[in-house]
Write a protein that binds this ligand. Sequence first.
Ligand code: IMP
Length: 422
Amino acid sequence: MGCLVVIGTQWGDEGKAKMIDFYTRDADIIVRYQGGANAGHTVVANGKKFIFHLVPSGILHEGRICVVGNGVVLDPLQLIDEINLLGKEGYSVLDRLLISDAAHLILPYHKALDGAMEESSAKKIGTTQRGIGPCYADKCLRTGIRAGDVLDRNGLDERISRVLEMKNMQLEKLYGKKPVDKNEVMDILDSFRAKAEKMIVNTQSYLHRALKNKKRILLEGAQGYALDIDHGTYPFVTSSNPTIGGALMGTGLNSFDIDKVVGITKAYVTRVGEGPFPTEDVGDDGERLRVNGGEFGSTTGRPRRCGWFDVELLKQSAMMNGLTGIAFTKLDVLSGFKKIKVAVSYEIKGKKIDYFPGAYLHEVKPVYEELDGWDENISDCREFRDLPSNARDYVSYIEKQIGVPIEIVSTGAGREKTIVMK
Ligand code: IMP
């Protein structure tokens, strides 16, 4: 492996963290490339559960360097919490974590605005309220504060005063909210500087140097294809590009640097927040998927909406991301279903369409096929041949529909519950 990208192919929560943990065994450097503390990456290592929102989960592997790339929006308080927690658990972080000087910082006014905008909106997005959209908006408006800016204390003071004038006017006049206190913001930036000053570097050139020195790099995406601001179900999306373009933009690497792109794909589909979801099952089966799969948000605790596998979504995701392989996760959650539904195409007003129509997804009706299920608990199967024949048929059927090889089947949260396809 030179450079491997791991991308969520659905609406996030596909089990990326477990698979990133798996692929980290063959990586020297792990880079988070977009999103922020809206993500919650859960890893079970040595029987202990960790939920990371910012620090790449590769940090649990000795000797690996972890990088927060320039495409990430970084909440300084969250990062400090994660560094402290890791320290308490005995993981050294300070010499193994690098932060891009160009990563934008999420400050209290971003979170306040995220909440206020959602509260006052007639068409809610159901954001995680972590300040993601307002921070990326500042990046585009060129009014953002970047990690590298904290190194200049004096210049920063003046910039925060100017930014706060504008933000507090919005908060107070537009939304009737309390203004954000400048001292609170400066204290956060001071703590961030104290903790992270030595980690803040130009990660783009660091990564290019590392590739020249034959280091193996894993690029870790957050969220998933259908939440992409350009390709997803706009406006019910996140404010970044979880897809392959985001991996390049958010690290400074180029397309020739990429060797493999693995799409992490759940054996059924979930979504958190508002927005169209054609294969959602609001009945007993959906509830059973939610309970069996523990489908509750790791960042917000919200119950995830659950439904059936959607082939059109996956075909488009595979095509747009240039997937070279798929890691098929949570197959164990389907044990016990007599019949398993798969949406193989869509119809709009009685006409078949063979693509994923992003913004018009609310108009489609899925066309289903049904496959026979299996009863056995499969979480201890270590080889593909150990799976019940109907489970094997399901995996092969999905692989054929998408046209991309399934290289891993995951049957549980633990590292060992992983079948590598031969
Ligand atoms: P935001 O990213 O907080 O602005 O939220 C925008 C949309 O993306 C909402 O529907 C969120 O529920 C969804 N979202 C954001 N992060 C994640 C994630 O890590 N997993 C699943 N959904 C997410």
